[in-house]
Design a protein around this ligand. Structure first.
Ligand code: APR
Length: 251
């Protein structure tokens, strides 16, 4: 419990705390992560299904995987960790959530300032002419969905081989450069440039706290504290302490 107290103190003393999240934060919502034993990439080869070149070679095949992902993320809800981050933002403690997830669960959990580093399924565009679409106007009865120009429509999620959307990239860099505390939750920190954000923050003097039941690829010396627990369990403990400290602070 000591670590939870220390972490709650760091949070409440911080001037500008941000969170960086990965697939692990949504595992307790029922979405498997990518690289664990039963993760998505154990069933689908990431380069065969997750790369922009694969999409261009055979959009229908990649869409089969994307539909499975989209159906799953649309069928589940936020868990305690998502709600906790939303609550911390409401309390003024957390200033932003940078997420690699495309599931929209942070927003559903009450967070407003969410930087979707790898895009989302909410919007799509034609891979040929660039015409934008809202996801709800794209029928997925036949795959791939086609634009009026004949090109394949794709979701606005970042595939391997593609860059980070400009707006998300600059907002994330700004948040990483500005924060004095970065909470890294449920990411293997194995995919750049997201994995570089804690290092950027650390070089600017921010403290890095990691919440993950396993070790990630973040260098040990970069992190102040590693809370070895599942995100939902960890945030349940943390929020009890934060709420009691926050109320005491007001009295
Ligand atoms: N709570 C917290 N962390 C968890 C939990 C949990 N309940 N369950 C698993 N984890 C951790 C795992 O230990 C692992 O370190 O979450 C991490 C998930 O790592 P990845 O599967 O690699 O997911 P992520 O880091 O988000 O992947 C980054 O890679 O495939 C691309 O674009 C995709 O955004 C994704 C990116």
């Amino acid at each position: 419990m000591d670590k939870y107290y220390r972490f709650a103190e760091l949070l409440l003393r911080s001037r500008y705390a941000v969170a960086l999240t990965g697939a692990g934060i949504s595992v307790e919502s029922g979405i498997p992560d990518f690289r664990s034993e039963h993760g998505l990439w154990a069933r689908y080869d990431p380069f065969e299904y997750g790369h922009i070149d694969s999409f261009r070679a055979d959009p229908g095949k990649v869409w089969n995987m994307l539909v499975e992902m989209k159906d799953l993320v649309e069928s589940v809800g936020p868990n305690e960790a998502h709600y906790a981050l939303g609550e911390l933002e409401r309390l003024g403690v957390l200033k932003a959530v940078i997420t690699q997830n495309v599931d929209g669960l942070h927003q559903k959990g009450g967070a407003f300032n969410v930087i979707e580093f790898h895009g989302s399924f909410r919007s799509m565009h034609c891979d040929h002419c660039g015409k934008p679409y809202a996801a709800r106007e794209v029928s997925l009865e036949r795959l791939p969905p086609l634009c009026a120009c004949g090109g394949p429509i794709r979701p606005d999620v970042v595939l391997f081989g593609e860059g980070i959307p400009d707006g998300a990239y600059s907002r994330a860099l700004d948040a990483a450069g500005r924060c004095d505390l970065m909470v890294v939750v449920g990411t293997s920190a194995s995919v750049a440039p997201a994995s570089e954000l804690p290092l950027i923050a650390g070089r600017r003097g921010a403290r890095i706290v990691e919440i993950n039941p396993e070790a990630s690829e973040l260098p040990r010396e970069a992190t102040e504290m590693h809370i070895v627990a599942r995100a939902g369990v960890a945030f349940r403990n943390i929020m009890k302490i934060v709420k009691s400290m926050h109320t005491e602070g007001k009295n």
